[in-house]
Write a protein that binds this ligand. Structure first.
Ligand code: NAD
Ligand code: TYD
Length: 356
């Protein structure tokens, strides 16, 4: 078979990366996908069970900060496309331990950009038109009041160590375009939810706690607003940008779906009550909600104006929040072993079983 594209997916064992690898292997059988992941606590090889290594797929356990390893991989695999997900991604962890965020999100992105620059802008490059797609977040734009939306030209105003590290990486990626002409694209997306999300983030955490009768912690007054997008919609948008986007352009991706945290949590509880009946206590699961101390520097509201990507590339979200939550709850119910192995840490053993 002739391989038409040789895509390096970084962070492909994480939540969105794993959904993306699955989508590529299903929908682009002539692409070779090289999934490079350090397997931090957030990387889980079980997210890719059923996928075999071969002509279309290879897994590489590596750190994006290892610059010589990145150079070697670009040369050995003749990478012509990068979709860069690898990052430290949890805001709460960035507050208690920002160093890893600076290292992976900034230094790691830098080492990938350098590898791409050396490989693609040197005289020896004879491959496809290359593309470096950097996956970023709406959090780079800061926090909104009750009105307004983020567009592609909203000035950056990051306020957590996580969002500041992502904004720094976006700036570096743009700098490589303007300075060296590296063919880059950037996507800034709102909050994702769906299968394989690590249960430290709101939706899978609430699912797990509601299933096990634990308190459901709501930070502050619970009126913080996020714009939720089903993960498959995000992955499809990335493919559109990678294949049809304008080099040098940033694209906002969002769900047109603003919800207060309290609404999200009660919807998950009510969906579980509907599907499983009330728990033994006889109390609806929403009675487990507890208002707890607020996150430091908690951004009040995010909202994405996704009209540019719709106009330019024809992408818009397909999955409504109600349907997406239903699918997500069904997935977690059908995959309780996955949740249990993440909670008890045994998912870490899976790598040893597979690769030792
Ligand atoms: P995640 O935390 O679930 O996964 C991150 C993956 O990156 C893990 O597999 C981890 O092992 C890997 N990784 C971390 N450090 C690495 C390193 N130094 N070298 C190689 N691999 C490393 O994250 P996610 O939620 O899937 O997010 C993926 C990307 O999408 C991130 O860049 C994030 O900023 C961005 N994003 C996420 C959301 C969201 O709602 N989750 C929204 C918008 C943008
Ligand atoms: P999170 O899933 O951590 O994503 P992000 O901080 O990147 O938006 O949190 C989503 C929202 O839910 C955010 O406003 C913080 C809030 N939250 C809680 O109220 N309780 C929790 O236990 C968690 C993890 C988050």
């Amino acid at each position: 078979m002739e391989i038409e594209r040789r895509v390096l997916v970084t962070g492909g064992c994480g939540f969105i990366g794993a959904n993306f690898v699955r989508l590529l292997l299903e929908e682009h059988p002539t692409w070779r996908v090289i999934n490079l992941d350090k397997l931090t606590y957030a990387g889980n090889l079980q997210n890719l069970t059923g996928i075999e290594e071969g002509e279309c797929y290879r897994f590489v356990k590596e750190d994006i900060c290892d610059a010589p390893a990145m150079d070697e991989l670009f040369a050995a695999e003749r990478i012509d496309s990068v979709v860069h997900f690898a990052a430290e991604s949890h805001v709460d962890r960035s507050i208690t331990g920002p160093a890893a965020f600076i290292q992976t999100n900034i230094v790691g992105t830098f080492s990938l950009l350098e590898a791409a620059r050396k490989s693609w802008l040197g005289e020896s490059w004879h491959g496809n038109d290359p593309r470096f797609l950097h996956v970023s977040t709406d959090e780079v734009y800061g926090s909104l009041g009750e009105t307004g939306m983020f567009t592609e030209t909203t000035p950056f105003d990051p306020r957590s160590p996580y969002s500041a590290s992502k904004a720094s990486s976006d700036h570096l990626v743009n700098a490589y375009f303007h300075t060296y002409g590296l063919p880059i694209l950037i996507t800034n997306c709102s909050n994702n939810y769906g299968p394989y999300q690590f249960p430290e983030k709101l939706i899978p955490l609430v699912f797990h706690n509601a299933m096990t009768g634990k308190a459901l912690p709501i930070y502050g007054d619970g009126k913080y607003v996020r714009d939720w997008l089903y993960v498959k919609d995000h992955c499809e948008a990335i493919v559109e940008v990678l294949t049809k986007g304008n080099i040098g352009q940033s694209y906002n991706i969002g769900g047109n779906n603003e919800k207060q945290n309290l609404e999200v949590v009660t919807l998950i509880c009510d969906t579980l009550d509907k599907k499983l009946g009330l728990p033994e206590s006889g109390e609806p699961r929403r009675s487990l909600i507890r208002f707890v101390k607020d996150r430091l520097g908690h951004d009040r509201r995010y909202a994405i104006d996704a009209s540019f990507i719709k106009e330019q590339l024809g992408w818009e979200p397909k999955v409504t929040f109600e349907v997406g939550v239903e699918k997500t709850v069904d997935w977690y119910l059908a995959n309780q072993d996955w949740v249990a192995s993440v909670i008890d840490g045994s998912y870490r053993e899976y790598y040893k079983k597979m690769y030792n």
